[in-house]
Design a protein around this ligand. Structure first.
Ligand code: 5AD
Ligand code: SF4
Length: 438
């Protein structure tokens, strides 16, 4: 009999796509319907550990399952992802939440099938974490949840060891997928009707850097963009230390590559960038923006910024504000620095007090919001192409993004999901745009 599943995902796009693969594994062993938590026969938590609040969030949600598990003892509770991969975390989880049935890591999701099958046979809990990443697994069929967009991994792991970041410790060394596997996956997604492909990697620009693929990122991007059909192509995340002219040249060559680059700057201060081990300067970053905008004047950039990194002075912070104003980002994800156990920055003795961190993040968010609002207003009166993604029940309107990731809302008599639609923008509200179909 078909059984029900429920997956709770924390963190980034990468993790959302991992959850699609987890759903694929569950489907293979009889969990066919995605349902609410209460109706589920298996609940999987796909955790994130990039900042402390992501961990706390997962802790809270797992803890809240205690009652339900008491009522439904046969329901399987599995916890996996980045958090279980951290040193010593499975012991903490075991103690705090003895009702967890299965724990797996970020490096062995393909094992989930056999772990669950084993759990069905025995009472004892099952914990299996792999220390080092193995071969890339190619045969998991994801259950995709983001039509008309589809995520496609190009690399896994990260070799950069930015001093604040836990990713290299939990996701292992960088591995690149073979170009033919990526290209075949994209070809079949386009044949299935997907209209937007997002290539995913912690640092897409270092694709193939170990020499294992016979192609670098620019060549791969060129090959994927050469696949026939009308679709949008996105890629993330780019690293400023590796972002090169040849990628811009490929963007120029193919109009289906969105003119949007997610290029996390993290800080506008050279001394902080150095302490973060980012291996570029603010001058290099600004010169990359200039290169991009000279060659592709319509191009936009989004970014990630951390405030309150150890040793950050008011002057350093103001350098970040200055850089944000100069670049005029399309949008920016802003974070308060969160010490992660085992990273270099967590051991630095010049941590910033919480009050200063809070005050800086509030000022930065205000600045970023102001710039985003100003950008939105410039849209009014223009006509933009939207890829319709969904219907917003609350607003009673269809919604979709333009190539720069801006959400546009509109009314339509017929179902538009998956269609490219031309919208004349009549109103802007914060980051949202409202328009009429033309
Ligand atoms: N504290 C705060 N933000 C972090 N990020 C990564 N590690 C940390 C940390 N320890 C942010 C970076 C990165 C984004 C995905 O998360 O800005 O680009
Ligand atoms: Fe973390 Fe830096 Fe790797 Fe991004 S590039 S995942 S911030 S170590």
């Amino acid at each position: 009999m078909a059984q029900n599943y429920h997956i709770v995902t924390y963190g980034c796009q990468m993790n959302l796509h991992e959850s699609e693969k987890i759903a694929g594994i569950l489907k293979k062993i009889g969990y066919e319907n995605e349902t609410t938590l209460e109706e589920a026969d298996i609940v999987v938590f796909n955790t994130c550990c990039i900042r402390e609040n992501a961990e706390n969030h997962a802790f809270g949600n797992i803890g809240a399952l205690k009652q339900l598990k008491r009522k439904k003892p046969d329901m399987i509770i599995a916890v996996g992802g980045c958090m279980t991969q951290e040193k010593g975390k499975t012991d903490v989880l075991k103690k705090k939440f003895p009702f967890i049935d299965v724990m797996f890591g970020a490096l062995n999701i393909e094992e989930l099938e056999s772990l669950i099958l084993r759990k069905r046979q025995q009472k004892k809990k099952i914990i299996s974490i792999r220390e080092e990443a193995g071969e890339i697994i190619e045969n998991i069929q994801p259950v995709r949840t983001s039509y008309p967009n589809a995520w496609v991994n190009i690399t896994y792991g990260c070799n950069n060891f930015c001093s604040y970041c836990i990713v290299p410790y939990v996701r292992g060394r960088e591995r690149s997928r073979k170009p033919e596997n990526i290209i075949n996956e994209v070809k079949s997604l386009i044949a299935e009707g997907y209209k937007e492909i997002t290539l995913l990697g912690q640092n897409v620009n270092s694709y193939g850097a170990d020499g294992s693929t016979g192609m670098d990122f620019a060549q791969l991007l060129d090959a994927v963009a050469s696949i026939e059909g009308k679709f949008r192509l996105r890629f993330m995340t780019s690293h400023p230390k590796d972002f090169t002219e040849d990628v811009v040249a490929v963007m120029e060559k193919h109009r289906k590559i969105c003119r949007l680059v997610h290029l996390p700057v993290q800080s506008g201060s050279n001394s902080i960038l150095q302490a973060m081990n980012r291996r570029y300067t603010r001058e290099k970053y600004l010169s990359e923006i200039e290169l991009l905008k000279t060659r592709l004047p319509e191009a936009e950039v989004t970014t990630d910024i951390i405030v309150g990194f150890p040793g950050e002075t008011e002057e350093d912070y103001l350098q970040t504000e200055d850089l944000v104003k100069r670049v005029d980002f399309a949008s920016a994800f802003t974070f308060v620095y969160s010490p992660r156990q085992g990273t270099k920055a967590a051991a630095m003795d010049n941590q910033i007090d919480e009050a200063t961190q809070k005050q800086r993040i509030m000022r930065l968010v205000e600045l970023v919001n102001l710039l985003t609002r100003q950008k939105s207003e410039k849209y009014v009166g223009k006509t933009v192409e939207i890829l319709c993604e969904d219907f917003d029940e609350k607003k009673g309107m269809y919604m979709g993004r333009d190539e720069f990731g801006r959400m546009g809302y509109f009314h339509s008599e017929k179902d538009c999901i998956g269609n490219f639609v031309l919208l004349r923008i009549i109103k802007a509200n914060g980051i949202s745009l409202y328009g009429e179909m033309v």
